[in-house]
Design a protein around this ligand. Structure first.
Ligand SMILES: N[C@H](CCC[C@H](N)C(=O)O)C(=O)O
Length: 291
């Protein structure tokens, strides 16, 4: 962005996982990691867990191969400026933005992401359902720690990496200021999102999450999917084994998501998404802030 340009932005969230939305159909903006970090700064910037850069698939080299299937590409960035493969809450907010901007209506659409094309359904009641694809469950147990405490965790990949630890009480995870150390280091060469989970009832869990690149957030869509997949295996309810779909209700600090895994491994996540506000980014401010 050059000085004195004014770039539209919107603010939105899905179960309080919040994002700065930057519409840029022709991929004209130079959205550097430093610019993302400044935009996500909750004091000196707009504030958010991440940025949803809205680009036509045909205008982005990573999304061009998906352009025939999905007109729009969610170029997702974490709040620290790093790039992640996928953001579940982000896809719902992205779909809500496309609807808000008049690009799509209620019903079915497809969104390109770095983890492939995701199918999305915008329901009349406002709920948004995302086809999250299949989980990968790398072999080998991992351990995560917070302070003096450690837990065995399940390695689940939803396009992005997760470590799911079942704990006695969500307070056991302490303040979660820093990324929880994990071992073996080789399990997550590019870092990891760590979820701490307790039971609330049959097929009903609650979780906290420390997100790679964003810190503790109020919600994580891919994390909720990873938790549901790990819980189903713990509970002897793996749909591939039982032949019946499993649905888990996942309560997060920021709201509730419903995750269904089918016998073929396909996972669907349903939850809300809202647009909170829209405005303009001052190019001169951003240029000075980035330095
Ligand atoms: N921090 C994650 C990306 C965002 C995931 C989360 N916000 C979601 O809703 O899935 C990562 O680095 O893999």
């Amino acid at each position: 962005m050059t000085t004195r340009t004014r770039t539209p932005f919107l603010k939105g969230h899905g179960t309080e996982n919040d994002f700065v939305i930057v519409p840029d159909p022709e991929n004209a903006l130079d959205l550097t990691p430093a610019a993302v970090a400044v935009l996500c700064d909750r004091r000196a910037g707009i504030g958010g867990d991440g940025v949803l850069h809205v680009v036509r698939s045909a205008a982005h080299p990573e999304a061009k191969p998906m352009a025939a299937e999905a007109e729009w590409f969610m170029d997702y960035r974490n709040g620290d400026g790093s790039v992640a493969e996928m953001c579940g809450n982000g896809v719902r907010v992205f779909a809500r933005y496309l609807q808000h901007a008049g690009h799509v209506g209620e019903g079915d659409l497809a969104i390109a992401t770095r983890a492939g094309v995701k199918t999305v359904h915008i329901a009349k009641n406002g709920d948004i359902t995302v086809g999250m694809g299949r989980a990968r469950l790398p072999e080998g147990e991992v351990t995560v720690s917070v302070g003096e405490r450690s837990w065995a965790a399940r390695n689940v990949n939803m396009g992005n990496p997760h470590a799911v630890a079942f704990v006695g009480d969500l307070a056991d995870a302490g303040t979660l200021y820093d990324p929880p150390p994990f071992s073996p280091a080789a399990a997550y060469p590019d870092g990891v999102n760590v979820e701490f989970v307790v039971d609330r009832g049959p097929r009903h869990v609650a979780m906290r999450v420390h997100e790679r690149g964003s810190g503790e957030t109020r919600s994580c869509g891919t994390g909720a999917c990873a938790v549901a997949v790990a819980a189903a295996r713990r509970d002897g309810a793996d749909p591939a084994v039982t032949g019946t779909p499993t649905t888990y209700t996942v309560d997060l600090p920021g709201g509730r998501l419903v995750i269904t895994e089918r016998p073929d491994g396909e996972i669907e996540m349903t939850g809300p998404a809202v647009i909170v506000a829209e405005g303009e980014i001052d190019g001169e401010w951003l240029e000075n802030a980035v330095g």
